[in-house]
Design a protein around this ligand. Structure first.
Ligand SMILES: [Zn+2]
Length: 124
């Protein structure tokens, strides 16, 4: 169970993450709009280089949306008082672990066990 101070600290961290990710997504969108607007008459940049930058931006955007969703879910769990509850074993997740990675849904033991399984599956 998290104390109210811990909850507050995690909320501030999640809000900061959300603002940061939101800003990035916004920039990616502006880049897309600029690109469309400047499309005619631009010859200073090589077309393939431009495509490369564009697809990198889109991938970044997808990843940021994914992370943003994770942060939003963590925020909901935080408000419900369940952020420190492991989704696998329902044991509390350590505050230090949550502070380092507030979007985590697994305690250290379950995460380690899952990574073990994943790496074993990968090796086959
Ligand atoms: Zn667990």
């Amino acid at each position: 169970m998290l104390t109210s101070e811990q909850t507050q600290e995690l909320r501030a961290k999640l809000e900061a993450d959300m603002a940061r990710l939101g800003d990035h997504a916004h920039n990616a969108l502006e880049f897309t709009m600029d690109r469309d607007r400047d499309r005619i008459g631009r010859d200073s940049m090589d077309e393939s280089t431009e495509e490369e930058i564009y697809s990198t931006q889109l991938r970044l955007h997808d990843r940021e949306n994914f992370l943003l969703q994770k942060v939003r879910e963590a925020m909901i769990r935080l408000e419900a008082g369940k952020l420190d509850e492991c989704e696998e074993c329902a044991e509390p997740i350590g505050f230090k672990r949550l502070l380092a990675r507030p979007v985590t849904t697994l305690c250290f033991e379950c995460k380690s066990a899952r990574e073990q399984v994943e790496s074993e599956t990968h090796a086959e």
